[in-house]
Design a protein around this ligand. Structure first.
Ligand SMILES: [Cu+2]
Length: 153
């Protein structure tokens, strides 16, 4: 029954939404994305939501990938009324509290992009968690105006 077999195969494909979620140990990485860069912008940023399904804290301690010369963990802070970025050594992911990496907050900083980030593309990044270990994820590039989870801010 080749037609039935084909239908069965299609039904077994994972839903599209799941293609952008990743899991390593107790850590789920939801919807990793980066904003498309304009022209020759030297740097980019990537965002995602980290969810710890375990019962003790884990820490994102590193990120690496060929898309940029190096990838740092960054946070935004207000200093004297000016928004500034600084590198952090780790990002704590506590059980039961989704950790949001989003514009204006924590992010992965892609320093010295090898090529502009084009909308619709994606690139691999390897994340390292202290407990859960390493996982390679695909970061999807969204339009320059994209915000987190469709919020209009
Ligand atoms: Cu940054």
């Amino acid at each position: 029954m080749p037609i039935l077999a084909l239908v069965a195969a299609i039904l077994l494909l994972p839903p599209i939404a799941a293609a952008r979620d990743f899991q390593i140990g107790d850590i789920a990485i939801h919807r990793p994305w980066a904003r498309a860069t304009a022209g020759q912008a030297p740097n980019g940023a990537a965002y995602m939501t980290l969810i710890n399904g375990g019962d003790r804290a884990d820490f994102l301690i590193g990120a690496a990938g060929a898309a940029a010369k190096r990838i740092e963990l960054h946070e935004h802070t207000m200093q004297d009324g000016v928004m500034q970025m600084r590198q952090v050594k780790e990002i704590r992911v506590a059980p039961g509290a989704p950790m949001l990496l989003e514009p204006g907050s924590l992010h992965l900083m892609l320093i010295s992009l090898k090529a502009p980030l084009k909308e619709g593309g994606s690139f691999p990044v390897t994340l390292t968690f202290r407990e859960a270990g390493e996982i390679r994820i695909a970061v999807t590039v969204e339009g320059a105006g994209a915000m987190t989870h469709g919020q209009g801010n």
